[in-house]
Design a protein around this ligand. Structure first.
Ligand code: FES
Length: 165
């Protein structure tokens, strides 16, 4: 007998995400442009687009995998890799850049041991560079989740990261 799949967060709940994906495919398959809403649903459910689930989409919507990957990599809100618990977004907009936001990225990379676009092995942090986050008066700025940190120097980074450990 097939073992019931449990939710990934150890809450003990049944993991019914794959059923939800199948339902979404079913209810969208006759719709033109169904791929993007289906991918949105998967991104929402999993936090990224797992390859095995994308194969289901390919079969269900009759769309080649190459096309799915093309769409998934074109739109920044889709991710093909699992993201960390905390997403760090360092602003590389003009105001922040001229005030040294690259130095913040360098420091974060050094401490976390990852490059921009990557996630730490323990899945705690994902490091991203972003366009203007609307806090130019606080340049150089970054966000962790929804929280904005401004007027930063590289020396501020270790203490900020401590808040999330
Ligand atoms: S340029 Fe960084 S917040 Fe605007």
């Amino acid at each position: 007998m097939e073992k019931e799949k449990k939710c990934c967060c150890n809450c003990g709940e049944k993991d019914d995400r794959i059923e939800q994906v199948k339902e979404t495919i079913e209810s969208n398959k006759e719709t033109k442009g169904a791929l993007i809403p289906v991918l949105h649903k998967i991104q929402h459910l999993y936090g990224f687009l797992p390859e095995d689930v994308l194969h289901l989409v390919s079969e269900g919507l009759d769309v080649p995998m190459t096309e799915i990957y093309g769409v998934a990599t074109f739109y920044h809100f889709f991710s093909l890799e699992p993201k960390g618990e905390h997403i760090i977004r360092v602003c590389l907009g003009t105001a922040c850049y001229v005030k040294g936001s690259q130095l913040l990225i360098d420091k974060l990379s050094q401490i976390l041991g990852i490059e921009v676009g990557n996630t730490t092995e323990d899945r705690k942090f994902t490091l991203e560079a972003t366009r203007c986050i609307g806090a130019c008066g606080l340049a150089p700025a970054m966000m962790i989740g929804e929280k904005v940190y401004g007027r930063l120097t590289p020396d501020d980074i270790p203490n900020i990261l401590e808040e999330y450990k």
